[in-house]
Design a protein around this ligand. Sequence first.
Ligand SMILES: Nc1ncnc2c1ncn2[C@@H]1O[C@H](COP(=O)(O)OP(=O)(O)OP(=O)(O)O)[C@@H](O)[C@H]1O
Ligand SMILES: O=P(O)(O)OC[C@H]1O[C@H](OP(=O)(O)OP(=O)(O)O)[C@H](O)[C@@H]1O
Ligand SMILES: [Mg+2]
Length: 282
Amino acid sequence: MLRIAVPNKGSLSGPASEMLHEAGYRQRKESKELVTVDPDNEVEFFYLRPKDIAIYVSSGKLDIGITGEDLLIDSGARAEVILPLGFARSTFRFASRPGAVKDIADLAGRTIATSYEGIVAKYLDERGIEASVVHLDGAVETAIELGVADAIADVVETGTSLRNAGLEVFGEPIMRSEACVIRAKDTDGDDPKVQQFLRRLQGVLVARTYVMMDYDCRAEHLEKAVALTPGLESPTVSPLHNEGWVAVRAMVPARDAQRIMDDLYHLGARAILTTAIHACRL
Ligand SMILES: Nc1ncnc2c1ncn2[C@@H]1O[C@H](COP(=O)(O)OP(=O)(O)OP(=O)(O)O)[C@@H](O)[C@H]1O
Ligand SMILES: O=P(O)(O)OC[C@H]1O[C@H](OP(=O)(O)OP(=O)(O)O)[C@H](O)[C@@H]1O
Ligand SMILES: [Mg+2]
């Protein structure tokens, strides 16, 4: 049985379970459940604190886990990313009151509040900057107003939390992060159960980011049309009953679909349809 760690709380928890559900895995029915077995797929899911997942996975007791790249790096655990999952995208940045800390070098001798001490300590160490790091569990933006720190290092997505606290980022992003599947370093990459799990998740990612496009066009416009819709390998082209016309079918990135439909129409293509992809194996 494959043993998989899944976040039990926070920003990663809902989207992770949703993705697993879309991939055909049974998920817990109730947020208090800590373990769920999916006997049909021979998988056991362990719902754990996101911050702890890399530690469990690196210990080898669980085969793989879903967590944030930032949490993985922060933990210092011997585990690695094997598949980025495209959700919980964020940056990790320093911030302070406007102008209070000018740049990274200006952090020397200051106090920095963060929930990610591991990332911050490593970043400062690599640059030879000596500063004190104060660990807080969350809501670190408030640490400056309450005089606990001169600067913070925290997850930034839209920047709303920083703005609301009257803070501004400084320096380059410390790192970028997204949810990902991880496994212990130095493990066998060919485990067929893990490979099948990854193929299922990749199928969900493709189904989320691509649509199927069908259209008819005159044979003399085919090369230009196919250049707009090259598909993943190559589009399917079938003859139509009307001589001189062909039907084309190809996967296209969902976010480009409307622009491609406009361009195909200008080229003379007609009956241009897009349909959702529900599941896929590439
Ligand atoms: N607003 C956000 N947008 C995108 N990703 C986020 C956001 N907040 C946290 N994350 C990501 O979620 C992961 C942190 O999850 P975790 O559950 O530890 O914290 P959380 O979502 O802030 O929950 P809480 O602090 O309430 O426990 C990290 O990978 C982080 O980058
Ligand atoms: O840039 P934004 O879109 O505002 O998102 C970033 C905020 O989201 C997370 O906070 P969360 O709500 O999880 O609270 P926390 O600080 O207690 O972790 C993170 O810690 C930031 O505070
Ligand atoms: Mg948080």
